[in-house]
Write a protein that binds this ligand. Structure first.
Ligand SMILES: CNc1ncnc2c1ncn2[C@@H]1O[C@H](COP(=O)(O)OP(=O)(O)OP(=O)(O)O)[C@@H](O)[C@H]1O
Length: 163
């Protein structure tokens, strides 16, 4: 089965990034980027802005979602969790942050994301993205499906604006 296609979207403003406490479903208990599965017929940008509106209440023009990373997660001990995720950064939006049943959003300083409470590979790619770089990452999780056994990261392009 091909890996599930998902997206993440990171609102960034004034030196802070919006993440969320995942309250249920995949990754419950972790702090995660806001996002979810790409639905049939949607572009990745459309999926990202839909998830941000549904999960955190912010309204974004898909044209303002800047591609920042391509992530590939493999779980050899739980292959049904294999996923790819396209990550977008957005700096313009309307609306007010609010919580939903799945996510409780919270702002974090871009230089101090809560890595100890995030998926293990976030510490590898997120600092690059928050510095304005574009990266590709492949991560493999071990038998505990929680810690990395292998990771590779490639910086593919500097984007013009940092955070
Ligand atoms: C393994 N390391 C990881 N590191 C960072 N982020 C990760 C991740 N693994 C999954 N993610 C993200 O978690 C969301 C899952 O999607 P998920 O919540 O299941 O989707 P969706 O909101 O559509 O859920 P429902 O089907 O409605 O429950 C999705 O954004 C995906 O990119």
């Amino acid at each position: 089965m091909p890996p599930l296609r998902t997206c993440l979207i990171l609102p960034v403003r004034a030196g802070r990034v919006l993440l969320g406490h995942k309250l249920r479903g995949f990754g419950a208990g972790k702090i995660v980027g806001i996002g979810g599965k790409v639905e049939p017929g949607e572009s990745l940008e459309q999926a990202a802005v839909r998830e941000l509106a549904e999960e955190a209440g912010l309204i974004v023009d898909p044209a303002d979602a800047q591609l920042a990373a391509y992530l590939d997660f493999r779980f050899p001990h739980r292959p049904e969790w294999d996923m790819t995720s396209q990550v977008f950064v957005v700096r313009r939006w309307a609306g007010q942050v609010r919580a939903c049943e799945e996510i409780r959003p919270e702002w974090f300083a871009v230089d101090a994301p809560p890595f100890a409470r995030m998926w293990d590979e976030n510490r590898v790619w997120l600092p690059h993205v928050l510095r304005g770089e574009r990266v590709e990452l492949q991560a493999t999780y071990g038998a505990d499906n929680d810690r990395l056994t292998e990771v590779s990261l490639r910086v593919v392009q500097q984007v013009t604006r940092g955070v």
